[in-house]
Design a protein around this ligand. Structure first.
Ligand SMILES: Nc1nc2c(c(=O)[nH]1)N[C@H]1C(S)=C(S)[C@@H](COP(=O)(O)O)O[C@H]1N2
Ligand SMILES: [Mo]
Length: 256
């Protein structure tokens, strides 16, 4: 068996080592303090809201570059579940842009085209397109998730049916509620993903008002914040459309 070797060290050597240790400790504290104050001198990135400090935004943008390349593909599908697994009591979360005095009779989906024209579509115009269902695990950044069952038309089928090929060749899709209180921007590959739907049914019934009647976005490759309820306007851009939670400092991409 090995025994520990004992060594006699002079008091001077102990003192010296102690001093060196303290020197590095204070150097470390100094570096922390310096980086913290540097970060707090950096500008905010939010154009409307305050957003986050620019260096932190750069980190989010870099993550987007990495993960949109690695985990995203139109052939990579979110896991689906049997309809029997879907919850009956769907959670309500986020009521921005869902005014109680909403007049469903005058509602139209306004699709703002590249040439400036606006298509004004009724729910029937959308319901006549091929119906698609999806049952998947809906995830909110707040930490909860639930298996939910939705139906509507694939966004990619909608694009084909209404001749929006030029529009869908742009980099982003922008959506907002009729009152423009809530708005999101979505990268076009995610919008065109085969599981992304313009949704008008929940659990085989018309969407309840709280869940975004008459039409909402369901986009399983993204966190809940991007699933805009009650779409009033749809537009297309090569720049990032404005996005409510981005302005509060959240990740723009918000991919899963
Ligand atoms: N119009 C509108 N859509 C919205 C929100 C909102 O506040 N307003 N919140 C988002 C968030 S954070 C989540 S988690 C989901 C919740 O959808 P649910 O209420 O159908 O569960 O809606 C998203 N869409
Ligand atoms: Mo959310």
């Amino acid at each position: 068996m090995k025994t520990l070797e004992e060594k006699t060290v002079s008091k001077k050597a102990v003192l010296w080592r102690t001093l060196i240790s303290f020197f590095f400790l204070f150097l470390f504290f100094g570096a922390c303090w310096w980086s913290w104050s540097w970060l707090h001198k950096q500008p905010f990135d939010g154009s409307f809201g305050q957003g986050v400090r620019q260096p932190l935004r750069n980190v989010l943008n870099t993550n987007e570059k990495i993960f949109s390349g690695i985990t995203f593909s139109k052939n990579h599908l979110s896991k689906t579940y049997p309809i029997s697994a879907a919850t009956k009591n769907v959670r309500f979360n986020g009521g921005l842009g869902l005014k109680s005095d909403f007049d469903s009779a005058s509602w139209r989906l306004n699709v703002i085209k590249k040439n400036g024209d606006t298509l004004q579509l009724t729910l029937d115009n959308i319901k006549k397109l091929p119906r698609t269902e999806i049952c998947f695990n809906f995830k909110c950044i707040e930490g909860w998730n639930q298996i939910t069952w939705w139906a509507g038309v694939k966004f990619s089928d909608f694009v084909k049916a209404y001749g929006l090929d030029n529009e869908s060749s742009m980099k982003y899709l922008g959506l907002s509620t009729p009152d423009e209180e809530y708005y999101v921007g979505i990268d076009m590959p995610s919008a065109m993903h085969p599981q992304t739907i313009l949704c008008y049914e929940l659990n085989g019934q018309p969407l309840p008002l709280k869940e975004g009647y008459p039409l909402r976005l369901i986009i399983p490759v993204k966190y809940g914040i991007k699933h805009l309820k009650r779409i009033g306007y749809m537009y297309f851009d090569n720049k990032r459309p404005k996005d409510y939670w981005f302005e509060q400092g959240y990740d723009y991409y918000s991919g899963l």
